[in-house]
Design a binder for this molecule. Structure first.
Ligand SMILES: NC(=O)c1ccc[n+]([C@@H]2O[C@H](COP(=O)([O-])OP(=O)(O)OC[C@H]3O[C@@H](n4cnc5c(N)ncnc54)[C@H](O)[C@@H]3O)[C@@H](O)[C@H]2O)c1
Length: 353
């Protein structure tokens, strides 16, 4: 039987919108029917790149939401413009995906989740990293009780010199923060997802800016970023406590004096642990018959996490699957991000409600 048609509108026609549309085009019965961007050329480029001659273009996202015949809307704008279109789309009865992070802060995120509850439509956060095969496998190990109780995670996404020269990633007023909210959010999400998504209760953190706001003296591998408007941290670290006793350390950077970029998640339990990322894809540490052993899966599927995220969104909209990335997951992570930034300002641990 043919799949029910889902007509999608995309708000913000930049880099991530292109990735989403590429994945959505592979999903049976999905049609991208409208795009909204303040830059007309961004809509034109997406239409040309993805062969969407019939998609309507709007310069004002509010017009896209009013357009009849749209079932679902994905919000791919800078973080400052997540809350307003998400709430407007939910209030208009649309299913919504919002790119990560959920919002600029948890207050905005809470309002978005409240609107989703009221609308009863599907509200999904674009956390694709949790759908990586290595993350899924370690999550399964945790669920199967392989590691006992998870007591500590160490999670990091650090770049040695990786300030994006595109977009507005160096603008605190438009993004809410720097590497911690941009890539630390993924590191936190992966560890939190593996650990069973417990409620955060407190966090402390420290943020440092020492190079991003100055003209680079070393040729930046990704090209020169807009250092004159750079107002975010170069490096942020945090320590989080959860209601179930779990603790988590997180590190993220756009700029850090480290040997090389690293994305890794270490999970430590009472009976075993694992590392995902770094030089190993997955390595499990446990004790077997009186010996400490290291175990690696013989194989894992290819990483298609981004395509899975978009497939799942549509499957949830069609009622075929449970939402495995609900907005509330984004809200828990957002509360941690807020607490890390606030703690850095105050110089002490912050309680999370
Ligand atoms: N899931 C991921 O791994 C991932 C990766 C990259 C970015 N993102 C997220 O996606 C979002 C966008 O990032 P990006 O890399 O695509 O940035 P981008 O700068 O490439 O695209 C953002 C687009 O939004 C448009 N825009 C700005 N203001 C607008 C407005 N008022 N109305 C309509 N359009 C407007 C811009 O013109 C631009 O085309 C951010 O929240 C970012 O955190 C997620």
């Amino acid at each position: 039987m043919a799949k029910k048609k889902v007509r999608v509108g995309v708000i913000g026609a930049g880099g991530i919108a292109g990735s989403q549309i590429k994945a959505l085009k592979e999903v049976e019965g999905v049609e991208v029917v409208a795009l909204a961007d303040v830059r007309a050329e961004a809509c034109d480029k997406i239409k040309a790149d993805h062969n969407l001659p019939d998609a309507k273009s709007f310069s004002d996202w509010k017009q896209l939401i009013k357009e009849p015949g749209i079932d679902a809307i994905t919000v791919c704008t800078p973080n400052i413009l997540h809350k307003a279109p998400v709430i407007a789309a939910l209030n208009a009865g649309k299913h919504v995906m919002v790119e990560k992070p959920l919002a600029m802060n948890a207050k905005e995120g809470q309002a978005m989740c409240d609107a989703a509850k009221k609308s009863g439509t599907v509200f999904t956060i674009g956390f694709q990293q949790r759908f990586r095969p290595d993350i899924q496998y370690v999550t399964r190990c945790v669920k199967d009780g392989m590691f006992g109780d998870i007591i500590y995670c160490r999670t990091k996404w650090m770049r040695r010199r990786g300030v994006p020269p595109w977009g507005v990633f160096g603008r605190k007023d438009l993004q809410g923060g720097g590497p911690m909210i941009d890539i630390g959010v993924h590191a936190l999400d992966m560890a939190h997802y593996i650990a069973g998504r417990p409620a955060p209760i407190a966090a402390s953190g420290a943020c440092y800016t020492y190079m991003g706001n100055k003209k680079p003296e070393t040729t930046p591998p990704w090209g020169e970023w807009d250092w004159k408007t750079y107002t975010v941290e170069d490096l942020a670290v945090g320590f989080v406590r959860f209601a179930n006793g779990l603790t988590m350390a997180v590190e993220s950077s756009f700029i850090a004096h480290i040997e090389q970029d690293i994305l890794s998640i270490e999970v430590m339990g009472t009976k075993g642990g694992a590392i995902v990322g770094g030089p190993e894809q997955v390595k499990i540490f446990t004790d077997i018959s009186g010996k400490m052993v290291n175990v690696t899966p013989s194989s894992l599927p290819e990483n298609k996490s981004f395509a899975i995220k978009m497939h799942k969104w549509i499957a949830v909209i069609r009622g075929e699957e449970e939402n495995d990335a609900p907005g509330e997951d984004g809200l828990m992570i957002q509360k941690i991000l807020d607490a890390i930034y606030l703690s850095s300002e105050r110089g002490k641990e912050v309680t999370i409600k």
